[in-house]
Design a protein. Structure first.
Length: 137
């Protein structure tokens, strides 16, 4: 049985393991920074625990009223297709507040999100510093 709980500092190693397995280097590169990001104001982070092991996690950024953004969602490959991702998403959304969740997805995960009620919209990931050249204003 899997339990969904709020992230606590002792869950961090499990979250970092999942990030490394997904090929997401930012959090494992600096665990202290990762913990700050996962527990920052306006951030809701939940973990899925099975027999004292972190088998999934979600991070949602939210204004608590309208907007929320799913920043990260991962489930250990051994435990996929068991409803854990949906449970994480449901709990994180309930704790974060808001009326909708925006997200970016890898193509390989698109099928999961397409099964949920949604509207497809284009998205971008922009990296500062910004340097946009414009021909005319």
């Amino acid at each position: 049985m899997v339990e969904i709980v709020g992230l606590a500092p002792h869950h961090l190693d499990g979250v970092l393991r999942l990030c490394a397995e997904e090929g997401w280097p930012s959090f494992p590169a600096d665990p202290a920074r990762a913990l700050r990001a996962l527990t920052a104001p306006g951030v809701t982070s939940v973990v899925a625990i099975r027999e004292d092991e972190v088998v999934g996690f979600a991070q949602v950024l939210s204004d608590g009223e309208i907007q929320s953004y799913l920043a990260l969602l991962s489930v250990d490959r051994r435990f996929r297709r068991q409803g854990i991702a949906q449970a994480l998403l449901r709990e994180a959304a309930a704790r974060a507040g808001g009326v909708r969740i925006d997200l970016l997805s890898e193509e390989t995960a698109a099928g999961f999100y397409e099964r949920l009620p949604h509207r497809r919209k284009p998205g971008y990931r922009i990296f500062p510093p910004f340097s946009v050249e414009r021909g005319d204003d």
